[in-house]
Write a protein that binds this ligand. Structure first.
Ligand code: ZN
Length: 481
């Protein structure tokens, strides 16, 4: 299957749709979640909370999306969160310099060249405007933050380009009020905004998107804390460069020094096991160690958790050791105290970050679970993330079957995400449920009225089992587990 097929199903069934689709001139990079998509995302986030936030006793917060200018002076976004752009001197079309050069030369262009280097490459390769073939002007910088003005004074502020800055600026407050001992994880899930120049990858690159970020705050003294020993026996898939990953125990990754500390090994195993638990095939996951050219300048070691998809290896989580850069900068610019006491000395905490793209994680799950077998299309989503857990269908819409099915539906909806579907042939209803990834469907037939039993159909095996109505509420949680 490919991206188009998966998005076709996702759009048809109400997972995702283009934002403001009824207007023709809507810019690219904005998407809405439909009814199934919202439930799918909620379940995904609930698993993130269960397997990462709660399991590791992290602190979850929810901070403002609009933040004042100085926050981004401190974070460095105002000065350097920009892409190189180049304008046509004649038709004034604007292109991303690195992408344009890449398209024309068919060679990878490093993302971090300076403006003169791009100008040189444009000249050397005699690249003209792709639209009108006129000469291009020199490379300029385009900042990718969305600027907003607060109040009638139009005070300079920005939509956050990542959720983590809210965690950093709240750290002194959280540390004081929550009796926190480092190392400690801080988590936030919510929207972030990036004014991409020309987003062309559909739902995989959006201008407004969901992130689920975890910032682990610690001091270098915690890097090999014994509390992280429990990770040593767990597997991780490490790739050095653009290669197939090697599945190895975290203890071996430490021995071979492809992972530098127990703390980092612990969080890498945690994030990988999260994706395995929600249903990605382990052989499709890799933690790619970034090269020095790819890393952010403040990062001493970084890994991208990537998943194999039809569009290539897709980055889902950026795992970054950000050193003490963030808190130091916020301390310098705000004048507030971001240090903690460690053995009588004031130290600035360091950060290890797990920055997850939620929308693309959901896409990756859909693609990994998209199955076509014997002419039947279904999503083999695990029950823990399936948007609907159980469907209830009356076999026909007469003879009292809809009433009996409605009664069962009403009792199950209190405990489960249930769907009642009474329209069309039973085959059509199974097909719709399969495409929505509903793991179990209950059919109410004429025997239900006399024997008080129903059939329960398993989505993946298509097998059916006759079950007493009275047993459903006990049996379903077991099946869903
Ligand atoms: Zn032009």
């Amino acid at each position: 299957m490919n991206y188009e097929e998966v998005m076709n199903l996702a759009t048809r069934r109400g997972f995702f749709l283009r934002s403001a689709e009824s207007y023709s001139s809507t810019p690219a990079g904005f998407w809405d979640y439909g009814p199934l998509g919202v439930q799918f995302k909620n379940r995904f986030i609930e698993m993130w909370r269960k397997m990462l936030v709660r399991r590791d006793a992290m602190v979850e917060i929810d901070t403002a999306q609009i933040m004042p200018k100085n926050v981004f002076v401190a974070s460095g976004h105002l000065a350097s969160f920009s892409d190189p752009v180049i304008e046509c001197g004649s038709c004034h079309s604007i292109f991303r310099a690195d992408k344009l050069i890449e398209e024309r030369t068919k060679k990878n262009t490093p993302e971090k060249l300076d403006d003169q280097a791009y100008d040189m490459l444009i000249q050397q390769n005699r690249i003209a405007c792709p639209n009108c073939n006129s000469p291009l002007k020199g490379t300029k910088r385009f900042n990718m933050m969305f600027r907003v003005g607060i109040g009638p004074q139009n005070e300079e502020a920005y939509l956050r380009p990542e959720t983590c800055q809210g965690i950093f600026v709240d750290f002194p407050y959280l540390f004081k009020t929550q009796r926190i001992k480092l190392p400690k994880g801080f988590a936030q899930y919510g929207k972030s905004f990036r004014n991409e120049i020309a987003p062309r990858q559909g739902i995989l690159r959006q201008r407004e998107f969901y992130q689920a970020e975890i910032e682990v705050l610690f001091t270098p003294a915690n890097l090999d804390d014994p509390r992280f020993d429990e990770a040593l026996g767990r597997p991780i898939n490490i790739a050095e460069g653009d290669t197939e990953p090697r599945r190895m125990l975290a203890s071996d990754a430490l021995k071979e020094q492809v992972v530098p500390s127990k703390l980092i090994a612990y969080y890498l195993t945690l994030i990988q096991s999260f994706y395995e638990e929600i249903g990605l095939d382990p052989s499709n996951i890799r933690l790619r160690r970034l090269t020095d050219e790819e890393k952010a300048f403040y990062s001493s070691v970084a890994y991208d958790l990537e998943v194999r998809t039809s569009v290539g290896w897709l980055e889902l989580v950026a795992c970054n050791y950000r050193s003490d850069y963030d808190l130091k900068r916020h301390s310098e610019v705000s004048g507030s105290d971001f240090t903690i006491d460690e053995g009588g000395k004031r130290v600035t905490p360091h950060v290890f970050e797990l920055s997850m793209g939620v929308d693309r994680s959901l896409y990756a799950l859909l693609e990994n679970c998209y199955k076509v077998e014997e002419g039947r299309t279904y999503l083999s989503l695990r029950a823990a993330v399936a948007p609907i857990q159980v469907g209830i269908f009356p076999l026909v819409t007469k003879d009292g079957l809809p009433e009996a099915a409605t009664e069962i539906y009403r009792s199950l909806i209190k405990e489960f995400d249930a769907l009642y579907d009474g329209s069309g042939s039973i085959g059509r209803r199974y097909a719709r449920a399969d495409e929505a990834g509903v793991p179990f469907c209950i059919t109410v037939d004429h025997d239900t009225l006399s024997t008080k039993t129903v059939t329960v159909r398993n989505r993946d095996s298509k097998s059916q089992e006759r079950v007493a109505v009275s047993e459903l509420e006990l049996m379903l949680p077991k099946l869903l587990r």
